[in-house]
Design a protein around this ligand. Sequence first.
Ligand code: ZN
Ligand code: ZN
Length: 386
Amino acid sequence: MAEQDLYKVLGVEKDASQDEIKKAYRKLSKKYHPDLNHEPGAEEKFKAVNEAYETLGDAQKRAQYDQFGSTGGQQGFGGAGGFGGAGGFGGQDFGGFGGGGGFEDIFSSFFGGGAGGSRRSNPTAPQQGRDLQYEMTLKFEDAIFGKKTTITYNREEQCETCGGSGAKPGTSPVTCSKCHGAGYIQVQTNTPLGRMMSQQVCDVCHGTGKEIKDKCATCGGSGHTEQSHSIKVTVPAGVEEGQQMRLQNQGEAGTNGGPYGDLFIIFRVEPSKDFERDGATIYFKLPIDFVQAALGDEVQVKTVHGDVKLKIPAGTQTGTTFRLRGKGAPRLRGNGNGDERVTVNIETPTHLNKGQKEALKTFAKASGKSVAGNGKSSLFDKLRGV
Ligand code: ZN
Ligand code: ZN
């Protein structure tokens, strides 16, 4: 059917008017209607006629079809005006196109038969299962270094008793008696343009095209059962708050033999009492006293990779930031690590003993300044030289 010329299906010329196309469609759809025509192959022809009319009966879709030709995949996309109109592409969540399932779905819905073939709502086509979300909370360090873990959640899985068919073992679903397996039914409606045929999902089989006489006792005919599902997850090093990871086919079971949906893991990262992080950069506040700042020192600084030595040069001001190269978090999509930025905070001593006080007074004297010494603020204002 993929290679069929839609004009030939309806038996009209390529330059036929819309009116001629409509007349041809009416004639042929009546001729091959499954309720009226029980000859072998009639049903296939009926479907083909409907499909051809779906494209040629719509001026816009017809123009697209004319432009893209009538062969192979081109036809699929030529007729894809039909997908757009029916919300096939537009209406689907793009994230749902996992691992090519989306394209399979499109192709099967176009080529897979059924007069509603080019509609997204072709319910007999395999449909990928729903995507699921899983929120994973990580310790600050685990987000930086990654980890292996196992997660468990509930999901709809294919019923093991019936293999997803929904029918009692030993029986199989039969073709729906109302829609003859098409999954949809034709409904006539009166519009200002005349009587129009439209399609609705079959209310007997709910669009599956199949009726289950003896339902599977395990799943009650749905073909799915809710199961607890465990998988191993490798959290990549360097993930950040709010980032997502997709695991294909770890979502819910599809219908009509369609693939499983995907699982989206959303990472939540707990704060650290020592560090702050922005991407690959880690921020750390280092308290030092004013003697270290004034005379210089070598100190131990905390990093997520362990303590490292940092030289504080003499005369360091509060708020000065030092960079420890490569001591930050790994870059998710790059090489190596970011940096740790160490910001120095000079702490003023609050409880001075007698000896310390004397020493500071001596210091002030040596600086050529007189210090009253009865108010801390004046002393330290002077020490700071402000
Ligand atoms: Zn079952
Ligand atoms: Zn039906």
